[in-house]
Structures are given as C-alpha cells and as structure tokens.
Design a protein around this ligand. Sequence first.
Ligand code: AMP
Length: 569
Amino acid sequence: MIIGIDLGTTNSAVGVWMDGRAVLVPNPLGHMLTPSAVSLEDESGGALMVGLPARERRSTHPTLTATAFKRLMGTERRTLLGKREFLPEELSALVLRRLKEDAEAFVGEPITEAVITVPAYFNDKQRKATRRAGELAGLRVERLLNEPTAAALAYGLHDSGDETRFLVFDLGGGTFDVSILEIFEGVVEVRASTGDNRLGGEDFNELMVELFLERAGKDWSRGDRGDPLLTERLRVAAERARRALSEAPTAAMSVTWRDQAHAAEITAEAFEARAAPLLARLRDPVLRALRDSHVKADDLAEIVLVGGATRMPIVRRAVTRMFGRFPSNAVNPDEAVAIGAAIQAGLKSRDEALREIVLTDVCPYSLGVETAERLPNGQFNEGVFSPVIERNTVIPASRVKSYFTLRDGQRQVRFGIYQGESRNAKENIRLGGIEVPVPPAPAGEVGVDVRFTYDVNGLLEVDAHVPATGEHRQLVIADEEGASAVDFEKRRAELAALKRHPREDDANRAALARALRCFEDFLGAKRQFVGQATAQFEAVLDGQDPREVERAREQLIATLDELEGETWL
Ligand code: AMP
C-alpha cells in the first residue's frame, strides 16, 4: 500500500486509499493533523518527541524544539537540538517516520511507499531534499506531487467533464501559494504557480501581538521584547485569540510575564483594519498567476481555498471581493492536500476507481545554463543566463539547445546549471555544473547540444553532447551535493537509531507538556491548580495502569481546557 503525505510547514497529515476512497489517518491523539514539530527531552540526549507533544514544548523548551523547518528545506542550515545538529530534511524525516508509523497502525501492515506533496514553486534542491527526507524515514517516494494539484484532486475537480480552469488559493501558516489549474479530458495541468513565501497565518499573529501590546498598554519594545520566551508566549496567545476571532466578534487575549498577568480584548473589526496591508498582499500573486497562465478571472470555474489560514473570515471576505464571488470550501482547507495525496497514492496503486485521471504539471521555474555572449567589440559578456526549459513548460519535458565554442582552440566547454528568471545567472539558484571536452578548432565551429530533461517529480537531468566527437557528459545533481550512497545509508541508520518516544506515549506527553506550559503561563490560584493536577497525573502515570492513565489524562485535559480553552491544531 502507498500512503499520501502532506508534509506541511505548520502541520502534516497522512491519508490512505481504502475501499475506493481517500481516508485520513488519525494520530494516537485522534487528530488528523500532526504538528510538524520535533523536540528533544533534555540537553543530555533524552528521547525525541514528534507532533503535538513537541509543539507544546516550543515555549517552555525553545532551544530543544524545532518547528517550521520546511522553510529551510534544500539548504544546509542545521538546527541544534541538545548536542546533535539536524538538517531540515532530517527533521522532516522524523515527522514522516511518525506519520508512516501512524498509517501502519491504522492499516495493520508495514508501509514502504509514499506520495509526498511539495509546494509547486519548490525548486530542484528543495524537491530532492524532500525526497531524501522520505527515504531517510524508510519510505520509497513514489512521487512528489504539487500541493495545488493534490488540492484539485481532493475537490474532485478532475471529474468535471468539460475543459475547466480553477484557481487554488492556499494560505498556510507561513506561505501563500496561488496556482491555476486546467483540467481537460481527465488531464490536470498546473498552468501557473506563484506566491509569497513570507506570508501566512504567522504574519497575522504578529498583528494580533501588536494590537495586544497597544491595548494592554505594554511597551516591551526594549529588553524583554527580544526574549524568545516572551515572543513565543505572545505568539501562542495571539494564535488562540486569532482562532477565536474566526468564530466570534471579539476575543480575549492574555499573557503572563514576569509574574504579572496582562490582558486585552481584541475586536474582529480592529483586527481587520490592522490586517489591511497583509490582505492587500494577497492580490499580487493572484494577478501574476492569471497573467502567466493567460486565464481571465471570469473564466475560472472555481476558486478553491486551501490552508488553515483561509479559515479566517477576513481572508474569505478578501477573496470574495477580489473575484466578485464566493470561493468553494467543500473540503476542510487544512486536510485537502493530504486527501489529494491519498487519491494520488490510490492512483499509483492502480486502483480501478481512479484509472482515468492523468496528471501533468508545469515546471515552476526556468532552467538553463550560464553562457557568455560575444559583444560587437569582440569582448565577452559573461554570466548570462540562457533558459533551456522555460517556466510553466508542461512536464515531463525534454528540451535541447546548442551552444558553440567562443575561443579558438578551446578544449572544453563548461556550463553552470541554474534555475530562476534573472538574465544574470548569479542571481538565480545554482544547481550544479557540467564540463565537456571539445576538439580544438576555430571559435564558433564546435557545437555542444545541452539537453535538459525534467520529470514529473520535478527532478532534473542534464546531458551535454558534442556531435563532432560523440562525447556525452551527464549530470546527476544529487552527486554534486556530495551525498554519496554510503553517507546516505549512514545518516539513515543514525536517524533510525535515535531514541524516540513511542507513538503510544504521545497523548500523555502532549498533556504533560501542555500542563507545564500552562503552569508557566498562569499565576496565583490557577497556577497552583495546574501544579496539583499535574502532580496527580504524574502519580497515576507511575502506576502504569493504562485505563487509570487514560482516565487521569482526560481529567487533566478537561481541567486545562477549562482554564485556557480547548487546545488547537
Ligand atoms: P496549514 O499550514 O494549512 O496547516 O495552516 C496553518 C495556519 O492555519 C496557521 O497559521 C493557523 O493559525 C491557521 N488556522 C488554522 N485554523 C484556523 C482558524 N480556525 N482560524 C484562523 N486561523 C486558523
């Protein structure tokens, strides 16, 4: 069986194709969303926690907890947890492995294959890193699926008979993605994908924090304001209040700092007024996507909402105003991508019910080589980017372009491989380089055919061929990054050997981590109450009677819910 995984910045989810339909898999806490968070128990190398227990520790143990690592995917930036450094793909692998285990417990059989979703704009490096994350987690990545394409599948857009076009409006925790899809005779094609990778629910939280500080008359602009603990506390309180504003016209926000409680009330109206500049930023990527795809807004059959932050009424209103009509929201916006991934997994397993759907995508960036141009004065203009596969080309695609020697007697031609839109190669992302020997001859006489092949997973192969000698050079970009097969196996083994809390522990760990956070957040009688409730729960935990533990946990959660409202994902 193949599973479908939405590996998100804030939350992740996993689905399976069962009895002819996509089903989301609950984690041990019974939630369909698992926070993309990893936390180490203590400095000296205790066990790792993944999901909600880890996220609950972000404010109490900021240096032992990692979140939002998807933003770093494809980079070498390491996160230090205790004594060990983790690459973004390793942290992602820990989340993937947990989802794999949840799915195995759900279906009762080992799982080794997955479809994993990635943002449509993810470049080659980010896609390769995601693939490696899957492999580090012990999953063969059957396919990397673009998130908007997954959302389209979840909405059943592929079932609409005629040629139709849709816009997927995806506002998550930290990123905003707009895609225009076209569906014709069961073929789904991403016509354009744009976005703003610095815009999401978190930015709206910052506005809530601003409003709160003004209302509560606090000026923490100096000193304390830089304290990560205070920042995280404000963030948690803002998130809670912002979610409350999705349901009610006002929300109370409170934060305890240096043994003092600070509170303020925030109205939906004030929030909307403050959010105007952020809401305005939603417009540009939409216009760019329409322009790139040559689709008119009126020709869109539907506007599909994806991403938890589209639950905010102010965002829904902004979308309605932008298009002059209501968006569709038949599928839970934070589950749509995982459901789509599960449908694609079903498709991969060749399930009967899905046989007719074919998927195609487009290449999100232009791919090409760095070349030099000869100027009229005989000099060279170096570092010019020459695209071989243009942005928004339907993939899989294979294109060839010929380049000629620039100097007499030149013995080799060297190409830098880049991804991006700038004419100046250095401003684009360098993916690697390739060199091919050529027979010495006068300038411009020897040609090299450079073929770029981009497959459905968004992985690139480059082949340089010299027709004069029959010489070929191929580039496997993964090799350039120095990740040899031996290294990879070693990393996988190291990751697998890390001590981890078993998933069965998650519910108890999450409740305890939350109690600890509340203890730090509250003061006076409330704090004492939390302290007592925690001690009672710990005593029952020591007794190790599963039924008693479950009862005590539910009691602790009920107490915390009463004190701070229900927990959220
Ligand atoms: P995602 O990346 O799709 O999991 O979306 C996460 C974002 O959705 C976070 O910024 C959450 O604050 C936001 N979100 C989820 N539920 C709600 C809600 N009910 N009201 C407002 N924002 C929400």
